[in-house]
Ligand binder design. Structure first.
Ligand code: BF8
Ligand code: SF4
Length: 652
């Protein structure tokens, strides 16, 4: 096959098998969908009322508006805003599940869970203003969980706690002034659906600001999700593991855990340990767990479970013929997995009441009966081991070493070996002395509109060579893990001289091997990336829009990616997206998110589908911000004035 649509060698091998057997994958279905509708692609199709769909044709008299009179900018902004609402719903509902589990744990109603990280519980409680002195962990945890749940539905107007306690004063003022601080998570999502209902808001700027309010809700839900997951399951620490399809093992019962919420996957990992003997009785050497998508990231970070693959290639894991079960919960599970299961012995097991796939087995999972359900799920996989067809077994001999587990706490712990009194200064000093040009966070998905994993790697290679410190989450992290960039070998191969010097310095002081790209977790853990820039900005005495910190989602796909990108921009981060979102049907909205946002928030979108140009633009932004910092530092030295004041008007 010459026209590979992935750069992952294991996936290339499996796609050849798919072609040979005539099995349909996302790669084939993308082709079958061509040409995609231009109205949809550019965002000018409206079907929010039953008079529609209305499509804007600027050159056709009368068709330059929808039937109700909505213009391109109203339709495009409404569609984008509704995507943000979708993303915020998914992330925040995931967070709500964790908060309920923490509450149930504290109340003794979820006996299979416990508070694993008391230290984090105390730190979070102190940050959000809950008393800890002389109190039992369960009592503190109960208050923390209730306060978190309060952020979803409080009826007062003060800012959400998980937003307000994570941002600096400058951003608080900015969000207040622009009126995008969400009153409550659920309310801002509901309000946005109201705002974008037929015949409500027609003002595109107003709609985009409503979208940003929901995007900040998205952040709020993600941030509390990360905090509460760490309390329940432990804050990640550096861990060695491996990634790619070569992590599947022929003699073992292979179970892929796929989806997002660690409330399920943590229990599967616990129970798999318990049931190793049962697997042996069934003729296997034991149980081998692997992760896919963000569940993969969660269990990699906390438990060192290998990652099999990411979003774009999830179906290919089944085609190895050795996957005995694919256990899924919520989000980013391609229904197409069941089509592939129909050709193999693999059982897909859905677990959540509102997330089922026709044809898949369903074993309901609830925190109250967690281990019981986890046992039932794993036993189904063990029972399926004997149903394999030897003639269909093909495991690509490809896997890479991974060092992951870099929560901000873990990073600071490692950095503290270089600078005990101020670990974060390891990064700020390296920026100030020019060893690194800044930091780029890679987030987001795979998208069939690009070569799978291709642009993620291409942009990272360019930035690493140019001495940019790299961190990552989500399916981008999956790409780096699978292709060897989350390993010490990655540092040797790709880091520029300055970046290599910094990583080696930390490595030598800490006495542990470090990767080129630091794995910071799943998509909800973009909140960890926010924490990193927040601490860095405080340490450098500047506000976020002055910080040499950029983000890139080369293969953004989901609604969650839209909401993450939107809050990142609102927080002051130039955010590159490598796939054109459906908004260029309105020049006004395009300018709003790429240009006007810079003046208002300091952060904005860089919409660039050419990876090389995208990489150059990201580097330019970093260099510009780093240069400005130096100029201001010099000036503030001469005139003895504050850097922050001097840079107030010089954002972006
Ligand atoms: O939340 S990166 S494809 S798996 S949306 Fe989904 Fe995108 Fe992957 Fe995780 Ni995030
Ligand atoms: Fe058409 Fe207006 Fe209805 Fe949208 S809301 S489908 S533009 S009539």
């Amino acid at each position: 096959m010459s026209d590979y649509r992935t750069i992952d060698p294991a996936a290339q091998e499996m796609l050849e098998i798919a072609e040979r057997f005539g099995i349909s994958t996302q790669f084939d279905r993308y082709k079958a969908q061509q040409p995609q509708c231009k109205f949809g692609l550019t965002g000018v199709c409206c079907k929010i009322c039953m008079q529609g769909p209305c499509r804007i044709i600027p050159t056709k008299k009368g068709a330059d508006m929808g039937i109700c009179g909505a213009r391109d900018y109203t339709i495009v902004s409404r569609n984008v805003a509704r995507s943000i609402a979708g993303g915020a719903s998914a992330h925040s509902d995931h967070g709500r599940e964790i908060a309920h589990t923490l509450l149930a744990t504290a109340e003794g109603k979820a006996p299979d869970y416990r508070i694993k990280d008391s230290d984090k519980l105390h730190k979070v409680a102190q940050r959000v203003g809950i008393a800890t002195q002389g109190r039992k962990d369960v009592d503190i945890a109960k208050d923390v969980a209730i306060l978190a749940l309060n952020d979803y539905g409080k009826y007062t107007e003060e800012p959400c706690v998980w937003l307000d306690t994570n941002i600096d004063d400058e951003r608080k003022k900015k969000f207040k002034k622009t009126r995008i601080s969400p009153p409550a998570i659920d309310r801002s999502v509901v309000q946005l659906f109201h705002e974008t209902h037929m015949g409500t808001d027609a003002d595109p700027v107003n709609i985009i600001f409503g979208g940003l309010q929901a995007a900040l809700s998205d952040f709020t839900g993600m941030s509390l999700s990360t905090d509460l997951s760490d309390i329940l399951f432990g804050t990640p620490e550096p861990v060695k593991t491996s990634a790619n399809l070569g992590t599947l093992r022929k003699e073992y019962v292979n179970i892929a855990i796929h989806g997002h919420n660690p409330v399920l996957s943590e229990m599967i990992v616990d129970v798999a340990d318990e049931l190793q003997e049962e697997a042996k009785t069934a003729g296997a050497s034991g149980i081998n767990l692997v992760g896919i998508c963000c569940t993969g990231n969660e269990v990699l970070m906390r438990r060192g479970v290998p990652t099999a693959t990411n979003f774009g290639t999830q179906e290919l894991a089944i085609m190895t013929g050795v996957l005995d079960a694919m256990v899924v919960d919520v989000q980013c599970i391609a229904p197409g997995v069941q089509e592939v299961c129909n050709c193999y012995h693999t059982i897909t097991i859905s677990t959540i009441k509102f997330s089922k796939i026709p044809g898949a087995a369903h074993i309901e999972f609830t925190p109250a009966t967690a281990k019981e359900s986890a046992r039932e799920i794993i036993r189904l996989a063990i029972a399926n081991f004997g149903n394999r067809r030897a003639d269909l077994v093909h495991i690509p001999n490809f896997k890479k070493n991974v060092i992951g587990g870099f929560s901000v706490e873990a990073m600071m712990d490692v950095f503290s070996k270089v600078n005990a009194s101020s670990p974060i200064s390891v990064l700020s000093d390296a920026i100030k002395n020019g060893e690194i040009k800044g930091i780029c966070a890679f987030a987001g998905c795979n998208n069939q509109k690009t070569v799978h994993d291709g642009d993620i790697i291409k942009i990272a290679e360019y930035l690493a060579k140019n001495d940019v410190f790299l961190v990552s989450t989500g399916c981008s992290a999956g790409a780096f893990a699978k292709l060897g960039m989350m390993s010490p070998e990655g540092v040797e191969k790709f880091a520029g001289p300055g970046l290599k010097k910094v990583i080696k310095r930390i490595q030598d002081a800490a006495g542990i091997e470090l990767p080129l790209v630091f794995h910071m977790g799943s998509c909800v853990d973009n909140s960890r990336i926010q924490q990193l820039w927040h601490h860095l900005a405080l340490d450098m005495g500047v506000s976020v829009p002055q910080l040499p910190f950029v983000a890139s989602a080369p293969e953004a796909t989901s609604e969650k990616a839209v909401s993450i990108g939107s809050w990142m921009a609102a927080m002051g981060i130039p955010t590159h997206v490598g796939v054109m979102p459906p908004l260029d049907g309105s020049p006004l909205i395009f300018d709003l998110v790429t240009e006007v946002a810079r003046d208002v928030f300091g952060g904005y979108f860089i919409l660039e589908t050419d990876a090389e140009k995208g990489a150059q633009k990201l580097l330019e932004r970093l260099e510009k911000r780093a240069w400005r910092l130096k100029v201001h530092d010099k000036a503030s030295e001469i005139y003895n004035s504050s850097t922050n004041l001097m840079t107030e008007l010089m954002e972006g």
